[in-house]
Design a protein around this ligand. Structure first.
Ligand code: NAP
Length: 243
């Protein structure tokens, strides 16, 4: 079903994005692998080892014109984009009373506006084709909040509102738009946390372990194969929040 489809994954050089790109490659999809700073030759070779094409493309998704440029380039190469996964994300944590305007804007610009930018530039092509799948990576924090992450929680809650609105706008054109809300997943984003914090967080997870990037990737593939799920938030969190 996903064989020879074109899947565009943002921020895919590592972590959850990388796992998503690999999971779709295993399904036979060609991958547009967006990265911001660098991508390894090993990752491109791994993706191509599944017999699919991998097109790495540098670009900061928070830049509206850059997002347009990378979408146009991908369409020039593959003809169309069938699945867009808005995965690129950043954190700049700090308590509200100390949070700078710059740290608030930086997180909103990548996480929320970056997702808007990408959807805005792929949507016309999907509407013309009368098919497409959009998957936005939100977070449990966008649903339940988190002290020290006012900026991040706002961006991830915004993604949920945007997902539902996009889903309503384009459902009649055969396009689905859903969000995945990961809980606490083992990646570079969480690797910097103090051991004590990780222990406290793990204690709050009914499954008593952190999730893996592959858990999110499997969900993304599931959503891309599902024709009648739209406007939903799929929680992948080991039971940490039962929303
Ligand atoms: P990660 O390992 O830090 O990876 C994030 C990726 O996004 C990096 O490759 C980064 O590239 C890229 N990126 C950042 N800003 C970008 C931009 N403006 N344009 C293009 N690419 C950009 O984080 P992760 O844990 O895999 O997170 C992936 C997504 O899952 C994020 O949206 C995150 O908020 C979400 N999430 C993660 C967790 C978790 O527990 N890990 C939980 C909930 C949600 P550079 O390295 O080059 O900057």
């Amino acid at each position: 079903m996903l064989k020879e489809k074109t899947v565009f994954v943002t921020g895919a050089a590592k972590g959850i994005g990388k796992a998503i790109a690999i999971a779709f490659a295993k399904e036979g999809s060609n991958i547009v692998l967006n990265y911001r700073s660098a991508v390894s030759d090993e990752l491109i070779a791994e993706i191509e080892s599944y017999g699919v094409k991998c097109f790495p493309i540098q670009g900061d998704v928070s830049d509206f014109e850059k997002a347009k440029e990378i979408v146009e380039k991908a369409i020039e190469i593959f003809g169309s984009i069938d699945v867009l996964v808005n995965n690129a994300g950043v954190t700049k944590d700090g308590l509200l009373m100390r949070m700078t305007e710059q740290d608030f804007d930086a997180v909103l610009n990548t996480n929320l506006k970056g997702s808007f930018n990408m959807i805005r530039h792929v949507i016309n092509g999907m509407i013309k084709k009368r098919s497409g799948t959009i998957i936005n990576i939100s977070s449990i924090v966008g649903v339940i909040g988190n002290a020290g992450q006012v900026n991040y929680a706002a961006s991830k809650a915004g993604i949920i509102g945007m997902t539902k609105s996009v889903a309503r706008e384009v459902a009649s054109r055969g396009i689905t738009c859903n969000a995945i809300a990961p809980g606490f997943i083992e990646t570079d984003m969480t690797a910097g946390l103090k051991e004590e914090i990780v222990k406290q967080m793990t204690a709050q997870i009914p499954m008593k372990k952190l999730g893996k990037a592959e858990d999110i990737a499997q969900t993304a593939v599931f959503l891309a194969k599902s024709q009648y799920i739209t406007g939903q938030v799929i929680h992948v969190n080991g039971g940490m929040a039962m929303c």
